[in-house]
Design a protein around this ligand. Structure first.
Ligand code: BG6
Length: 466
C-alpha cells in the first residue's frame, strides 16, 4: 500500500465551459455564436442532432450544481464566460442579464468555498465577428481585448485566476485544417494566421490584466499532447516527433511562456511560404506579456513515425501531417468510445518537460478525463452510475502527477473534465465525462456518479492510498 499525499492547498475540482453547459432560454439576451449558427445550418453534423441550445441547463441550474460540487469535494472549478452572452454582437453593447448571471454564478461559487477559475475563450466565436473573418481578421484581436477588459472590470474584484484561451490550437485544427469546427476549412495559410492572432490576443489581454492591477493571476490553458517517436533510436522518427511537437504543442507553449516562437516551427512555415502577417511591434508584445500560470489539458499522447505514406500530400495544400505519419503502438491501451489512447505516464512527461524546459512555471492539470458512451449500462439499483473505469483512469493519472510533484514539478492542482455531463461539440451527448450524470431526457436531472463520491474522499484527504 502506498500513500499519495498532495501538497497543501492543492486545487481539487473540475472544468467545464460556458457553451457546453449553460444552454439558452428565451429572452436571455445571448447573441449567436458559431456553434448556434453551425447547428442551424447543419444539424446532421451533430450526434443525434442535439445542438447547443439546451446543453446541461446550467444557466438555470447553477445554484443546485454548486451544491453538488461541494458534495463532491470541490475547492475550485473552471468555466468560461461566453463572449456572445456577455457582448451579443462581439463588440458594443453589454447584455446586463449576462452580467447578473455571471455575478451570481461567481458569488455563489465563492460563498461555497469554491475558487472560480474563469476562462475567456472556449471555441465560441460570436457570429457577428465570424462573419467578418473571426480570428483570421486582425480586428478580432482588438475586439477580444475589449471583451477581456470588460470581464476583468466586471468580475476581476472576485475572480483571481483568469485564462485567456482554452486549447487555442483546437480552433486552428478544427476550423482551418481538419474540419471539425466551423468554418471547417482546409487552409494552412488561414490556420497559421488564426493561431498567430490567438496568441497575440492572449498577450494583449495579459498586458491589459497586469495593467489593471487586480491582484490575481492570468494564464492560458493548453492541450499538450506529448509526441513520442515510434523508435527513439531512429533519427527520422525523432525528427518527425519533434516537428509534430512544434506544430501542436510548442506553437502556443513557447510564445505563452517564453514569449517567442520555436525556430523549427518558424523555419518549416517559412519553407512553405506560410508565415503569418505580423505587424510591427507585435513580437515585442508577445515577448513582454507571458503567462503567470499554465493550465495543462491532457487526454492522450501523439505517437508518430517518419513519413511513409505520401499519398495524401498535396503540395498546393500543405498540412502539418505532411511531415510525419501517425503510429499505432502495439498493445496500446485505448478508450474505445473516444478513440483516444490512455497513457498515464504522459501526464508525468508533460510536467517534467515544463519543469525542465519552461522554468518550472506554476501549473496545474486543467483537464484530464474519460468520455464513455452508454454509461446508463452501469446504473445500479440506486440509480447511480458505477463508473469504476473513471476512478481507475483518474487514480492512475494522479499517481504520475504525484510522482512529478515529488520530483519538483510545480503543479498546484488537478481539475477533471468535467463536473456535470455536458455537450461535447459535434459529439453532443455521445460520450459522458462528468462526475455527475445529466439525464437530458428528464429535464437534465443530476445524479452523482460513483467517481464523484470517490473524488470527494480524495479531496478531503488531499490524497489517497493504493
Ligand atoms: C477538451 C475541451 O478538448 O476536451 C473540451 O477543452 C472538450 O471542450 C473535452 O469537451 C473532451 O473532448 P470531446 O471532443 O470529447 O468533447
Amino acid at each position: 500500500m502506498q500513500v499519495y499525499q498532495f501538497p497543501e492547498k492543492f486545487f481539487w475540482g473540475s472544468a467545464a465551459s460556458g457553451p457546453q453547459t449553460e444552454g439558452r432560454i428565451d429572452g436571455d439576451g445571448k447573441g449567436e455564436n458559431i456553434w448556434d449558427y453551425w447547428y442551424q445550418q447543419n444539424p446532421e453534423k451533430f450526434f443525434n442532432q442535439v445542438g447547443p441550445g439546451k446543453t446541461s441547463q446550467v444557466y438555470t441550474k447553477f445554484l443546485e450544481d454548486i451544491q453538488l460540487m461541494k458534495q463532491i469535494g470541490h475547492n475550485s472549478f473552471r468555466t468560461s464566460i461566453q463572449w456572445s452572452r456577455l457582448i451579443p454582437e462581439g463588440t458594443g453593447a453589454i447584455n446586463e442579464q449576462a452580467v447578473q448571471f455571471y455575478n451570481e454564478y461567481i458569488d455563489a461559487l465563492i460563498e461555497s468555498g469554491i475558487e472560480p477559475f474563469i476562462n475567456l475563450y472556449h471555441f465560441d466565436m460570436p457570429l457577428k465577428l465570424q462573419e467578418q473573418g473571426g480570428w483570421l481578421n486582425r480586428q478580432t484581436v482588438d475586439a477580444y481585448v475589449e471583451y477581456a477588459k470588460t470581464c476583468f472590470a466586471l468580475f476581476g474584484d472576485r475572480v483571481k485566476y483568469w485564462f485567456t484561451h482554452n486549447e487555442p490550437i483546437v480552433p486552428v485544427e478544427g476550423g482551418y485544417l481538419y474540419q471539425f469546427h466551423y468554418p471547417a476549412e482546409v487552409n494552412m495559410h488561414h490556420a497559421v494566421q488564426v493561431a498567430y492572432h490567438e496568441a497575440l490576443a492572449s498577450a494583449k489581454a495579459i498586458e491589459a490584466y497586469h495593467q489593471m492591477n487586480l491582484g490575481g493571476q492570468i494564464g492560458i490553458i493548453l492541450n499538450l499532447t506529448p509526441s513520442y517517436p515510434r523508435d527513439v533510436d531512429n533519427p527520422e522518427d525523432v525528427k518527425a516527433s519533434q516537428l509534430a511537437d512544434a506544430f501542436f504543442n510548442r506553437s502556443f507553449l513557447d510564445p505563452a511562456i517564453k514569449g517567442e516562437y520555436p525556430e523549427d516551427l518558424v523555419d518549416t512555415l517559412r519553407s512553405l511560404d506560410m508565415l503569418p502577417t505580423i505587424q510591427e511591434g507585435d513580437l515585442a508584445i508577445i515577448k513582454a506579456n507571458t503567462i503567470d500560470l499554465l493550465g495543462i489539458n491532457y487526454y492522450q499522447p501523439r505517437r508518430v513515425k517518419a513519413k511513409e505514406d505520401f499519398s495524401k500530400v498535396d503540395p498546393k495544400s500543405p498540412m502539418p501531417d505532411d511531415f510525419f505519419d501517425y503510429y499505432e503502438m502495439p498493445n496500446r491501451k485505448m478508450n474505445p468510445y473516444r478513440g483516444w489512447e490512455i497513457y498515464e505516464k504522459g501526464i508525468y512527461d508533460i510536467l517534467i518537460n515544463v519543469r525542465d524546459n519552461y522554468g518550472n512555471i506554476p501549473c496545474f492539470i486543467s483537464e484530464n478525463g474519460m468520455g464513455v458512451e452508454g454509461e446508463e449500462r452501469f446504473i445500479n439499483q440506486n440509480g447511480q452510475i458505477e463508473d469504476d473505469y473513471r476512478i481507475e483512469f483518474i487514480r492512475e493519472h494522479l499517481k504520475y502527477v504525484h510522482q512529478a510533484i515529488q520530483e519538483g514539478a510545480n503543479c498546484l492542482g488537478y481539475h477533471m473534465w468535467t463536473c456535470m455531463d455536458n455537450w461535447s461539440w459535434t459529439n453532443a451527448y455521445k460520450n459522458r465525462y462528468g462526475f455527475i450524470s445529466v439525464d437530458i431526457n428528464q429535464d437534465g436531472k443530476r445524479t452523482i456518479k460513483k467517481s464523484g463520491h470517490w473524488f470527494k474522499q480524495v479531496a478531503e484527504k488531499n490524497g489517497f492510498e493504493d
